[in-house]
Design a protein around this ligand. Structure first.
Ligand SMILES: Nc1ncnc2c1ncn2[C@@H]1O[C@H](COP(=O)(O)OP(=O)(O)OP(=O)(O)O)[C@@H](O)[C@H]1O
Length: 268
C-alpha cells in the first residue's frame, strides 16, 4: 500500500494584525497509512489546535516554513509563506486542494440555510462542475452512509427529509448532513473542527462512528484529522493510540500514556 501524507518543515504562523506567533518552528511528519489514518489534535484551550488544522487544510498560510502534501494519486502540493508555491503538480491551486483532495466538516458553518438537505450535500459536486442529474444519486448514496437505520427507513418511505432545510433537523442530523456534504466528493483527507462539540454523548458517539466508518471503508486512501476536547473518550471511540498535542507554540506526537499523564497533571 502506498505511503502518502504531509510534512511541516519549520513552520511558524501568526494571526495578523496581533502578531504573536501561535505556532513556532513546527516540524511534523504524518505518514498515512503507516502511522495515522485517524489523527486527533488535542491540547489546552487557545493553544492553536484549530490554527494547526487550518494550516494543514490550506485554509491559512504559514508565515515561515513549508508545508507539503503527497496524495495517493502521486500528486504533490507544497507551499511556503503566504501560500507561495514551492513544488506542485497543480500550480499550487488551493481551490483544487479544497474541492478535490480535502473535505471540511466545521461546526455549524458549512450548511447553507437556504438549500435543502439534498441540495446542500450535492453542492460540492456542482462546484466541481458536475451536473445535477449526476450529482443527485451520489448525494443520496452519501446521505445513506451517514444516516441511522431508522432514519434510512423514513427516507426510503418519503422524500420529505431530503427536502427539509437545515433548521428543520435535529442537532445530530444537521451534523451528519454536514458530514455527508464534507465527504460527498470522496476526499483523501477530511478535516473536522470539533465535529461533536455541541452534541450529547449518545449523538457524539453516532457521529464519531460515521467518521470511523468513512475512514475504514477505504482504508489507506482516507485520513481523518480532527480537533477535539474529548480527550481519552475520542481515542477510545476511534480505537486509536496516537494524537498530536498542541501546546506552548509546539505540536508533538503523543500516545495515550502521555495524554493520561497530562490529564492527571492538569487536574492537580
Ligand atoms: N481569526 C483569528 N484572528 C486572530 N487571532 C486568532 C484567530 N483565530 C484564533 N486566534 C488566536 O489564536 C490562538 C489559538 O487559537 P485556536 O483557535 O487555534 O486555539 P484552540 O487550541 O483551537 O482553542 P480552543 O480549544 O479554545 O478552541 C488564540 O490565542 C486565539 O485567540
Amino acid at each position: 500500500m502506498m505511503t502518502w501524507g504531509m510534512t511541516l518543515d519549520k513552520v511558524t504562523t501568526r494571526w495578523e494584525p496581533v502578531g504573536n506567533n501561535i505556532l513556532e518552528n513546527i516540524t511534523l511528519k504524518l505518514a498515512i497509512p503507516t502511522t495515522a489514518i485517524m489523527l486527533p489534535l488535542m491540547g489546552p484551550s487557545g493553544q492553536g489546535k484549530s490554527t494547526l488544522l487550518y494550516l494543514l487544510a490550506a485554509l491559512k498560510w504559514p508565515s515561515q516554513g513549508e508545508i507539503t502534501w503527497t496524495f495517493p494519486d502521486g500528486k504533490i502540493f507544497a507551499w511556503g509563506a503566504g501560500g507561495r508555491a514551492i513544488q506542485t503538480d497543480y500550480s499550487n491551486d488551493a481551490v483544487t486542494l479544497r474541492r478535490h483532495y480535502f473535505g471540511f466538516a466545521f461546526q455549524g458553518s458549512t450548511l447553507s440555510p437556504y438549500l435543502t438537505v439534498i441540495e446542500n450535500i450535492a453542492y460540492p459536486l456542482l462546484l466541481q462542475g458536475q451536473d445535477w442529474e449526476t450529482a443527485l444519486p451520489i448525494a443520496k448514496n452519501t446521505l445513506n452512509e451517514v444516516l441511522l437505520p431508522n432514519e434510512k427507513n423514513d427516507i426510503n418511505q418519503s422524500a420529505s427529509f431530503l427536502n427539509r432545510f437545515p433548521a428543520q433537523l435535529s442537532g445530530g442530523q444537521r451534523q451528519r448532513v454536514a458530514l455527508a456534504q464534507a465527504i460527498v466528493h470522496d476526499p483523501y483527507v477530511l478535516f473536522a473542527d470539533e465535529p461533536t462539540g455541541q452534541l450529547d454523548l449518545h449523538t457524539r458517539k453516532q457521529v464519531m462512528m460515521v467518521l470511523k466508518r468513512w475512514v475504514e471503508k477505504n482504508r489507506g486512501q482516507r485520513c481523518l484529522i480532527w480537533v477535539t476536547h474529548h480527550h481519552l473518550g475520542d481515542l477510545d471511540l476511534m480505537g486509536i493510540e496516537q494524537l498530536i498535542f498542541v501546546d506552548n507554540k509546539q505540536c508533538v506526537t503523543q500516545n495515550r500514556a502521555d495524554l493520561i499523564q497530562w490529564i492527571a497533571c492538569s487536574q492537580t
